[in-house]
Ligand binder design. Structure first.
Ligand code: FMN
Length: 380
């Protein structure tokens, strides 16, 4: 059975719920790690006052025995503190469709003239559960020494030029930055840009990079379109609210290069296959090739801002101004944490498809054997 999850819950309902099915037994799950990821999603400059309210008190209701998965479905719950403030009714704005949100399209599709049944579910509050689920996926990956990290590349028109030659250095520099940017000077500029957008009533978009280190070759497959790892990563990342584009490796840059310059040569060094460059972002033909998987994610500026756009009242058809409710100014650092979780989930799913087993130890043994068999194969 393929690893899968289902989530339920509204932005201002009582809680978010998630169920993960087909996790192998024996994976150690740390609530501390899940809470740490949830905190990273919630806290960064540019988030709204709601983030101070939410504590994301995650609870695991089933599927664990003495801190390890049992093979049974894992049920997760995150209560919403925000329900006490905004209430489920949408604060009296319930028939005005906000441009840039699911409001209009969702109401047309489901035959509704009130927005909350759409907006409550479409809200990015649901990304808290995706982060919790991704954190559990990271625990699977950790058993086979795969690590997923992220950093902010741009906010508004401020672009970072971080040193990505050492993942450890990148991680330390990202952790030191309030906006999760590994280039300290650009990070300070990003912070100023967020403060000025907040004063002027704008919102800012940007981009993040996710790196997965230690990914073995062979995840995903070229044989069918829906098994390709790049397609699966892009689809999953595009499902995150506000994400408008996904780039694998040096995707955009290679589109402007000559073919000979856009690929990565294959060489053997000390009996090991090595790639002097990684423009492919660790994926060729829809299959991981043993290099770091590198994905960039581009998020639009969030729609709600103090400067309002014309829209309509869905009940009366009258022209209105889009309502301003409490909103984030910049969610790019949060998108980095969410994208990390999404990439971890897709990699864990592809890992279990290739090496699957009922207990994590079986999977660990199979991964080690596969890697050893590749090393043997390249011996002169
Ligand atoms: C972490 C996060 C927080 C967000 N917060 C807000 C917000 O406070 N106000 C807002 O208008 N949009 C916010 N958004 C963006 C909307 O959820 C998103 O633009 C909307 O659901 C429409 O989806 P789409 O942009 O993918 O088409 C947020 C997105 C993310 C990822």
């Amino acid at each position: 059975m393929t690893l899968r999850f289902l989530t339920a819950g509204d932005s201002h309902g009582s809680c978010l719920v998630g169920i993960i099915e087909s996790l192998p037994a024996g994976v150690p799950i740390s609530l501390r790690d899940i809470r740490r990821d949830l905190r990273r999603r919630r806290t960064s400059p540019g988030r709204s006052s709601r983030q101070k309210l939410e504590e994301d008190r995650v609870e695991i209701l089933s599927g664990l025995w003495k801190g390890r998965t049992t093979g049974a479905p894992v049920a997760i719950q995150i209560p919403n503190a925000g329900r006490k403030v905004a209430g489920k009714g949408g604060g009296g704005l319930s028939t005005v469709a906000r441009p840039g949100h699911a409001d209009l399209a969702g109401c047309l599709k489901y035959g509704l003239s009130e927005v909350p049944p759409v907006s409550e579910r479409a809200s990015a509050r649901s990304t808290a559960m995706r982060v919790a689920i991704g954190s559990i996926a990271k625990a699977v990956l950790d058993r086979v020494s795969i690590e997923v990290v992220s950093h902010v590349v741009s906010i508004g028109d401020v672009e970072a030029r971080p040193d990505t030659s050492s993942v450890e250095r990148l991680k330390r520099a990202t952790a030191r930055s309030a906006v999760r940017c590994a280039d300290a000077a650009s990070g300070r500029e990003m912070l100023r840009a967020i403060e000025s957008a907040s004063r002027e009533g704008h919102s800012l978009g940007g981009s993040v990079e996710v790196l997965a280190v230690g990914v073995p070759p062979g995840l995903g497959s070229h044989v069918s379109w829906d098994r390709k790892l790049d397609a699966r990563l892009a689809g999953a990342l595009m499902s995150v609210q506000s994400v408008k584009a996904v780039e694998i490796g040096a995707g955009l840059e290679t589109s402007r290069m000559r073919g000979v310059d856009a690929q990565d040569a294959i060489v053997i060094e000390d009996g090991m296959i090595t790639r002097p460059t990684n423009r492919a972002g660790g994926i060729e033909g829809g299959i991981s090739n043993g290099e770091n998987v590198v994905v960039r994610v581009y998020a639009k500026p969030i729609p709600t801002a103090r400067r309002c756009l014309p829209t309509i009242d869905l009940e009366t058809g009258e022209t209105r101004e889009s309502p301003f409710v409490r909103a984030d100014v910049c969610v790019v650092p949060a998108v980095g944490v969410i994208a990390e979780a999404v990439v971890a989930w897709e990699l864990a799913r592809a890992l279990l498809e290739k090496f699957g087993g009922d207990h994590m130890e079986e999977i660990e043994t199979r991964v080690a054997e596969f890697i050893a068999s590749i090393a043997r194969r390249n011996r002169p």
